[in-house]
Design a binder for this molecule. Sequence first.
Ligand SMILES: NC(=O)c1ccc[n+]([C@@H]2O[C@H](COP(=O)([O-])OP(=O)(O)OC[C@H]3O[C@@H](n4cnc5c(N)ncnc54)[C@H](O)[C@@H]3O)[C@@H](O)[C@H]2O)c1
Length: 262
Amino acid sequence: MAEARQTQRSATGWLGFEGRGVLVIGAGGLGAASARALAEAGARLTVVDADEARLEALRKDPACAGADVTTLTADLTSSEECERVVTTTARELGGLDVLVHAVGMNDRRPVVDTPDEVWERILTLNLSSAFWIGRAAGRLMREAGHGSMVYFSSVSSLLAHRHHGPYAASKGGLDQLVKVMAREWAADGVTVNAVAPGYTETELTRAYLARPGMREEMTALVPAGRLGQPEDVVGAVLFLASARASYVTGQVLYIDGGRTLV
Ligand SMILES: NC(=O)c1ccc[n+]([C@@H]2O[C@H](COP(=O)([O-])OP(=O)(O)OC[C@H]3O[C@@H](n4cnc5c(N)ncnc54)[C@H](O)[C@@H]3O)[C@@H](O)[C@H]2O)c1
């Protein structure tokens, strides 16, 4: 196992993650895949989620078991808690080089049937937590004179999927927030980018894809002829988070097997 990890590290060595302090927000399908890859690349990680079971699964994952990975349980639906998470993590890591924001939720229903509570819950987690975490991390990174942030947007930021009112609004808003933060912090050596996956098989999409005929219907919309897997996002996350992408900022990279081309 140690040998395998060593081989992976040398393969990703050119990205320069050895010893870097990384905060990963979210231990779901895409956050955990990103965290595993960053751990294998030699980064020192703190991973945050509200669900302790997911954090425990990640700690036990072979990719993280021998690496420098700590976890923090937190509910990211308030400004205060987001500030606390960033401050605590930066103190424990001795600075913050990279932020990956990978929490989000959806609740599919027509706009006319969407109560205020659902709108607010989705906007708070998907967009407000991105703002609160980004603002706190941005202050530290600007002061340090370097840093990179990668957010999880979605094809829903571009396409008008039915029954995605709050989710699409949160992701469209996120894309603009990413661009404004990127512009404001470019001169301080801080980059801010987003990856925008298409339908990817995680807990977020599991129940929806289990509906009769839905998997086939969704797959038919993808020119590549398959749905995404969590590992499909990893290369882009690592690149955008790395020093190799230091002149790339304010971009939204679609990882969707061509879904947004049709
Ligand atoms: N899976 C997809 O098809 C897909 C496609 C495009 C974009 N995305 C985006 O990628 C990101 C990650 O999605 P995923 O597929 O990994 O989802 P997921 O459901 O597997 O993981 C989401 C994680 O967020 C955590 N979480 C929920 N509420 C929280 C809270 N209040 N505080 C802290 N943590 C909380 C959950 O415990 C879970 O671990 C999201 O922003 C999502 O919108 C996913």
